[in-house]
Design a protein around this ligand. Structure first.
Ligand SMILES: [Zn+2]
Length: 504
């Protein structure tokens, strides 16, 4: 590292293009006196299936169970998609994927909803956000004009801009800008390859210290980006009590998203615990994977949940002791689930089985002390209208969500239609090519696959489950309950006609 001095580095920085990423963004705040804060905590790829409060046999989250004792606990809360892009965009905009049309991995763009996010809706609030997940960072970037403070992705990583800062201790701003120019914006330039080698060596050195605490790897997002959830929680515990109020905070952390890397304290915790995994038929789209591998991955995922739960517990204790819980709506949820069955390991699949779409939702109203259980079917798009309603803000006229029970003025409709939708490969503004739609209505759940010509002959498939009587989705009723299928499919197809003709 001694070969590269500060002057050389800044000279290199000056040579690069000037399409700068500027952060954090600041705006004047007009405080709304007396309004409660809103704090939304999202843990990525967290399936409700893996929580004891929803019936899982392993106690993966004792601290969440503690929160549940005084919160509103939603038992049938559905993500709007099965991976980060559509799932998170729906939380943040309050509309389903067919409206925001952020379908694809590579271009998570909400387009006409770029000025219709939860941050825009909470205009009078101090609005702050952070995400470990680069897909979500892209959304936050799109919404950044409505953020008072947008915490840069690198700030809460273990390996990242710290490299540059260590070289230029006295001039963080210049170093950060140089870093963004060289490493983030212009990765293809040859001198960035040189820097990248230095960066790798630096990171390797830094990670060495943490390896002994993480037997199967230090938590990582992708490649060289490692993090410690401890750092993010420490940062929140320091920052939250100092924020101007009322604030809206959105914090999206990586665990238990893969790779599952529980710390030594939890690694092996569930080994040989007698937990029995039911064997299920292989999904038509999934590769055949050894059953034992799925069992091991599930165990590591469950142990990774213990890690996030411990850290969430530290946050919760701090919120309590700082008094923030007295005037803050605390929301705990996820963007989509994860699964270890039917040959599906993870969440990248056309299917919408329950472990992929049922996510935890707990809402703790300010100062609340008693538990309420909600069994009505609810959707990720309900969060935005609900939070506006309970804090006395102006309603968002664009949302497809409903105010959640028990905060809604009327009782939930037992026949409400709850949807999820995905289309990995469709162009944002074109007619959809390949898609899966899910409709949950009453006790039934329909999955409609269309356009999967490589795998399905005519490209189409239906699955119907009675999720009340058969929550494990073992009996496909699509060939038996023809009338139900007909009605639900007609409803879903009517939506498809609507969404295939976007207002262009
Ligand atoms: Zn995700």
């Amino acid at each position: 590292m001694s070969h590269l001095n500060r002057r050389d580095f800044l000279k290199l920085a000056a040579l690069t293009s000037f399409n700068l990423f500027v952060s954090p963004l600041t705006q004047p705040v007009q405080a709304q006196d007396g309004k409660p804060n809103v704090l939304v905590i999202v843990f990525d790829a967290f399936s409700a299936y893996h929580l004891s409060m929803y019936g899982y046999a392993r106690e993966t989250a004792p601290n969440l169970t503690k929160l549940a004792k005084r919160a509103v606990v939603y038992h049938n809360h559905f993500a709007a998609g099965s991976f980060t892009v559509p799932g998170t965009a729906s939380i943040l905009t309050g509309v389903l994927p067919w409206k925001h049309r952020a379908f694809r991995f590579e271009d998570g763009v909400v387009d006409e909803y770029a000025d219709k996010s939860i941050f825009h809706a909470f205009d009078p609030y101090y609005r702050i956000a952070y995400s470990h997940n680069p897909h979500v960072v892209r959304f936050l970037d799109q919404f950044s004009t409505a953020l008072t403070k947008f915490i840069p992705y690198e700030q809460l990583l273990l390996t990242g801009s710290g490299f540059v800062q260590s070289l230029f201790k006295n001039d963080d701003d210049a170093a950060n800008i140089a870093w963004q120019r060289i490493m983030v914006k212009d990765k293809g330039l040859s001198y960035s390859l040189f820097l990248s080698a230095l960066y790798k060596a630096y990171n390797e050195n830094k990670l060495k210290a943490y390896r002994k605490f993480f037997p199967i790897g230090v938590p990582t997002i992708k490649g060289d980006d490692h993090y410690l959830l401890e750092d993010a929680i420490d940062w929140l515990n320091d920052e939250l009590p100092k924020l101007p109020q009322p604030f809206l905070g959105y914090f999206h952390f990586m665990p238990p998203h893969d790779p599952y890397t529980p710390p030594r304290d939890f690694y092996g915790h569930f080994e040989n615990d007698g937990f029995e995994v039911a064997e299920k038929p292989n999904d038509i789209f999934a590769p055949v994977r050894p059953f034992e591998l799925m069992v091991t991955k599930r165990r590591e995922y469950d142990e990774f949940i213990l890690y996030l739960d411990r850290e969430f517990g530290r946050l919760f204790d701090q919120l309590e002791s700082s008094g923030l819980l007295e005037n803050t709506w605390l929301v705990f949820t996820s963007d989509h689930g994860e699964m270890f069955e039917r040959g599906i390991q993870g969440h990248i699949t056309p299917a919408f089985y329950q472990p992929l779409v049922r996510v935890p939702l707990l809402i703790l109203p300010p100062g609340n002390t008693t538990r309420t259980d909600i069994y009505a079917h609810t959707s990720a798009v309900d969060l935005l209208p609900t939070l506006l309603h309970v804090t006395g803000q102006k309603a968002a006229d664009w949302t497809e969500g409903q105010i959640l029970p028990p905060f809604a003025p009327s009782a939930p409709d037992p026949e409400r239609s709850v949807y999820a939708f995905q289309s990995y490969h469709s162009e944002q503004k074109q007619v959809l090519t390949e898609a899966t739609g899910m409709l949950v209505k009453g006790k039934y759940k329909l999955m409609y696959y269309s356009g999967y010509r490589d795998q399905l002959g005519d490209g189409k498939m239906l699955q119907l489950f009675d999720i009340e009587a058969d929550p494990e989705e073992l009996n496909d009723l699509s060939g038996i309950e023809r009338e139900v299928v007909g009605k639900m499919l007609a409803e879903l197809k009517a939506k498809y006609i609507e969404i295939n003709e976007p207002e262009l």
